[in-house]
Design a protein around this ligand. Structure first.
Ligand code: ZN
Length: 200
C-alpha cells in the first residue's frame, strides 16, 4: 500500500514534511478560475498575485486559467483586489477539491508554508510521500492527512473493535488496508503514530 487510499476525498489542506527543512508544514491546494474573455488575459499575466496558465480540458481544448495560491497569502482571498469586471475574489475561494475529480486539471498543484524555516512556495504535492503523519510498518506506508486524522487513526488502531462510528475521519478509517488492522500489529503501530504526534 503505497498509493492513495482509493476514492478518498482529499482535504483541501494537508500536513506535509517541509520540502526545505523536514519539519511539519502546511500544504494547501491552489484554485483556478477560467478567464472568460481574451481581453482579460493580460491582467492575470501581469499580476503579482495570480499565476497565469494555458490549461487543457479532458477533451484537449485549451483554456486560459488564473491560478491563486491562498497559502502564499495567509490562507485567504483578501490579497485579491482590482479585478477586471465579472470576477470576484470569492471565485478563488476553496469550493471542492477532490483527488478523483480534477475537472480543472490542476493536478496536485498548491503551495506550502512552514513556520519553522518560514518558507512559502508553490509546490506540487507528491502524496503520500509528502505526508507528515506517516509511518512504515513491515514495508507498508500508513499515513494520515493531518494531525486530527492521525489521532483518529491511532485511536482506531488501538481500539479492540473495528467500529468507525463516532470518528470524525470515519470514511478515511474505512479504507485503511487490513495489514495495519491486525491484532499483532496494534502495539507497534500505535507506538509509531504516537511518536510522530509527539514530534509536533
Ligand atoms: Zn521548513
Amino acid at each position: 500500500m503505497t498509493g492513495t487510499y482509493d476514492w478518498n476525498p482529499m482535504p483541501h489542506k494537508l500536513d506535509i514534511k517541509c520540502p526545505s527543512c523536514s519539519n511539519q508544514a502546511l500544504f494547501e491546494f491552489a484554485e483556478v478560475v477560467r478567464i472568460q474573455l481574451k481581453k482579460d488575459v493580460p491582467f492575470f499575466q501581469q499580476s503579482d498575485i495570480f499565476k497565469y496558465a494555458l490549461l487543457k480540458d479532458g477533451c484537449g481544448h485549451k483554456w486560459h486559467g488564473a491560478i491563486y495560491f491562498a497559502n502564499l497569502h495567509g490562507g485567504s482571498t483578501d490579497a485579491i483586489t482590482n479585478l477586471p469586471e465579472n470576477y470576484a475574489p470569492e471565485d478563488w475561494a476553496h469550493s471542492k477539491h477532490f483527488m478523483t475529480n480534477h475537472s480543472y486539471c490542476l493536478g496536485d498543484l498548491g503551495a506550502f508554508s512552514c513556520s519553522n524555516c518560514h518558507t512559502r512556495k508553490p509546490y506540487e504535492l507528491k502524496w503520500p510521500d509528502d505526508a507528515y503523519y506517516s509511518i512504515s510498518y513491515k514495508g507498508n506506508l500508513l499515513w494520515a492527512f493531518n494531525r486530527e486524522s492521525a489521532v483518529d487513526l491511532r485511536d482506531y488502531i488501538a481500539s479492540n473493535q473495528r467500529k468507525i462510528e463516532g470518528f470524525k475521519w470515519a470514511t478515511f478509517l474505512l479504507h485503511i488496508p487490513s495489514v495495519f488492522k491486525k491484532q499483532n500489529a496494534r502495539t507497534d503501530i500505535v507506538k509509531k503514530i504516537n511518536k510522530t504526534l509527539a514530534s509536533t
